[in-house]
Design a protein. Structure first.
Length: 153
């Protein structure tokens, strides 16, 4: 198996605007660790990496107020004030801008996770995979997000 990082995702800690930590300046990792969080219900590789990222930021052992299987439900639980959510920042940008959610400021370096392209090193990448990886790398290098596809069914 071969792989390389083709991008980096910044993560944000968000809460309802009514949360006691919302609107404050920098919040210490220790204070964040005492707060209730909402999380996905499953134990995927992604959730394990997220827990590692929080631990590295000094936010470990957080109590879990609720879990849900869908990110939309976690978003709604967060907006309702059930707890804090650690989420890729770009996925909640509009919710923060609209005032539905508030981003908390944990201080320290940004929480990030690498976006990896993994593939079977015994076979070359397909032309489509090379094109997609190149596009994502170019967007990351230029400091902009790749546009989201719109789907209609």
């Amino acid at each position: 198996m071969a792989g390389r990082v083709i991008g980096v995702e910044r993560f944000a800690l968000v809460a309802a605007p009514s949360h006691p930590l919302a609107g404050r300046g920098e919040v210490s990792p220790q204070e964040l660790a005492r707060q209730k969080f909402v999380r996905a219900a499953h134990r995927s590789g992604f959730s394990i990496h997220m827990a590692d990222m929080l631990r590295a930021a000094g936010i470990a052992g957080t109590p879990v107020a609720s879990r849900a299987t869908e990110s939309g439900m976690v978003r709604e639980l967060t907006a309702a004030g059930v707890g804090i959510w650690c989420v890729p920042a770009k996925t909640v940008r509009r919710d923060i801008e609209s005032g539905l959610l508030a981003e908390l400021s944990p201080g320290g370096p940004p929480m990030t996770m690498g976006l990896w392209l993994a593939h079977d090193d015994r076979r070359p990448l397909s032309a489509a995979a090379r094109l997609l990886a190149g596009y994502i790398e170019a967007c990351a290098a230029a400091g902009r997000d790749a546009p989201r596809a719109s789907f209609s069914f």
